[in-house]
Design a protein around this ligand. Structure first.
Ligand code: NAD
Length: 575
């Protein structure tokens, strides 16, 4: 194997260009593995795109078919192979395998075809992948910490091969998407979400750590499944659960001191509890609560650009008082307080209808996280009655229940508002509170509509409307990127508020004309960079940043964004 040598003259190896024997490893690549070791490292592997010079320098001759091809040619092949797969779960398996063998090519493919890849690497296909995890399992990805690991969680974290972890997504699998308790099968979610951190936000893949806390499951079908790969036991609860969580948080800070921790798909009670417990002590956030909130608030700000109204003059009725709904309510309250409104007044702008009816002071069946929104007022048994009585400017559906934005509800909203704000955010499409077509048709084209799942453009009264998809991927990758860039100590509600404003500001007049309340996803990298810069700026303003402030923060943030391009591992020596 040629030793790294002092260069007497060098030029970049061209793809497929035949290089005689005097190619040497770049300084950076001097310690890379060679031969099969290099081909087996997904972060370094280029597969058939290794150039002649690299094959020479890294002992790859004979281990690859002779002709070196370009990444563009590789993309043609993998895209063709992907599209030949019979269904989405096969496509998911194909993509995960690609990620396992050539990360750069995987991200190039995902980023160049984001609209096509997102529904496979994330919702809805990732949900099926989680359900079938033990059956489609090929090789592990991410770190499993089980109830059996109590007392040695730091050791488990140290088994992770990368030291530069900056972004941890952790789940305990209790409430995976809308699919409930999937136990250790939930690993697909941190894995998928981190792929979006990379693709949408440019967080470097080596900085990402997916973690599943396997504390057991209540899912009887999984417990009975011989191929289930998690601990076959009921969920850990109470003090034992809290101790494991505490140990994990402390160990993660010790082993990966610069890492952001994102809580993901925890059950309702734990999600609120964990956020409350750790948010002021640790650099952490909950995307289900806070990321969703910023996405929805951005949609509201965009809608207000159309109506010309002020946030302070709006009132909201939420259907569903879970993580998403209460998170959005809390962020609207944060935004109103920032505008100078007293907190009590701000909260009264947000009313919630849960499965038992309007949440009012007189109700005795409310869990603690709903109580801040139990206002004085008359009980209404359902959404229509609540809308008729409260005459809100906006209804926000986060109930996970299809069809509950009925025609009478939408018609009532259109009676009270020239441009009613109607967000049907429940996923997947089959659970949307109403369809885009229903919202536009029943409001005579006046609804300012956004949905959680994508809807095709709708033709109403001869006009085409392009419904906005309120995807959290507009927010969480950018929050991660901004917090990492500034090395912020904490993640505050104000950061989500700033992220929402930045996102709304990036919706163009042309987008709004089409009915779009969010920018098209094709602009996601630019959008993420701008949001991340705003978040990092806030971290500096509030004294939370630990990284020295660069003169040009925006350029600095953009320079930190990962690009899936092959680097040259060799240089050329004439000597
Ligand atoms: P959750 O389980 O925490 O809360 C759902 C709440 O809705 C529960 O409180 C439940 O009691 C209530 N509910 C159920 N049926 C109802 C009905 N018929 N009427 C009134 N209330 C009802 O779940 P979550 O995390 O808050 O998510 C809720 C929905 O929002 C899911 O469908 C999820 O996919 C969606 N969501 C979308 C986005 C997005 O669009 N980007 C982000 C997060 C969540």
């Amino acid at each position: 194997m040629p030793e790294p040598a002092r260069l007497t003259g060098s030029r970049d190896a061209k793809e497929g260009f035949h290089m005689p024997d005097r190619s040497i490893r770049t300084e950076e690549a001097a310690n890379y593995p060679s031969g099969v070791g290099l081909l087996s490292d997904p972060g370094l592997n280029k597969g058939t795109a290794f150039t002649e010079a690299e094959r020479e320098a890294f002992g790859l001759r004979g281990l690859l078919p002779p002709r070196a091809i370009t990444q563009v040619e590789q993309l043609m092949r993998v895209l063709g192979n992907l599209r030949r797969k019979a269904n989405d779960i096969e496509k998911y398996i194909f993509l995960v395998s690609l990620q396992d063998r050539n990360e750069t090519l995987f991200y190039r493919l995902v980023m160049d075809h984001l609209d096509e890849m997102m529904p496979i690497i994330y919702t809805p296909t990732v949900g099926q992948a989680c359900q079938e995890y033990g059956h489609i399992f090929r090789r592990p990805r991410g770190l499993f910490i089980s109830a059996e690991d109590r007392g040695r969680v730091a050791d488990v974290l140290r088994n992770w091969p990368k030291r530069e972890v900056r972004m941890i997504v952790v789940t305990d699998g209790e409430r995976i998407l809308g699919l409930g308790d999937l136990g250790a099968n939930g690993m697909g979610i941190p894995v998928g979400k981190l792929a979006l951190y990379v693709a949408c936000g440019g967080v470097h893949p080596t900085a990402c750590l997916p973690v599943t806390l396997d504390v057991g499951t209540e899912n009887a079908a999984l417990l009975a499944d011989p191929l289930y790969l998690g601990l076959p036991q009921r969920r850990l609860r109470g003090a034992a659960y809290d101790e494991l969580l505490d140990e994990f948080i402390v160990a993660a800070q010790e082993v990966f001191p610069k890492a952001v921790i994102q809580f993901e798909d925890f059950g309702n009670a734990n999600a609120f509890r964990l956020l409350h417990r750790y948010r002021d002590r640790v650099c952490c956030f909950s995307d289900d609560i806070q990321g969703t909130a910023a996405m929805a608030l951005a949609g509201v700000y965009s809608a207000l650009r159309v109506t010309g109204g002020r946030l302070a003059d709006q009132s909201f009725v939420f259907l569903g008082a879970g993580e998403a709904g209460l998170g959005i309510g809390d962020l609207i309250v944060t935004a109103l307080i920032a505008d100078g409104m007293p907190e009590a007044d701000a909260r009264r702008r947000c009313w919630f209808v849960d499965s038992k009816g309007l949440i009012v002071r007189g109700r005795t069946d409310l869990v603690p996280h709903k109580r801040p929104y139990a206002h004085e007022g008359e009980f209404a048994p359902d959404l229509l009655a609540a809308v008729e009585r409260l005459k809100p400017n906006a209804i926000i559906g986060v109930s996970g229940t299809a069809g509950v934005f009925t025609r009478p509800v939408v018609e009532a909203m259109a009676r009270f508002n020239e441009r009613p704000i109607i967000f049907a955010l429940s996923n997947p499409t089959s659970k949307s509170e109403c369809t885009a077509e229903e919202a536009y048709a029943w409001s005579n084209g006046r609804a300012l509509f956004a949905s959680g799942s994508p809807f095709a453009p709708v033709l109403v009264n001869g006009r085409t409307y392009v419904p906005g998809q309120g995807n959290n991927a507009y927010i969480f990758p950018a929050i991660g990127l901004g917090v990492i860039a500034a090395e912020a100590k904490r993640i505050t509600d104000e950061m989500f508020f700033v992220a929402a404003k930045s996102l709304a500001n990036q919706v163009t007049a042309a987008d709004l004309d089409l009915g779009r309340l969010y920018p098209p996803f094709t602009r996601i990298r630019t959008v993420s960079a701008a949001i991340a810069t705003a978040v990092a700026e806030l971290a500096y303003e509030r004294g939370l940043a630990q990284h020295p402030r660069p003169a040009d923060l925006s350029a600095f943030v953009r320079s930190r964004m990962y690009e899936p391009v092959y680097r040259s591992y060799v240089e050329w020596s004439d000597g």
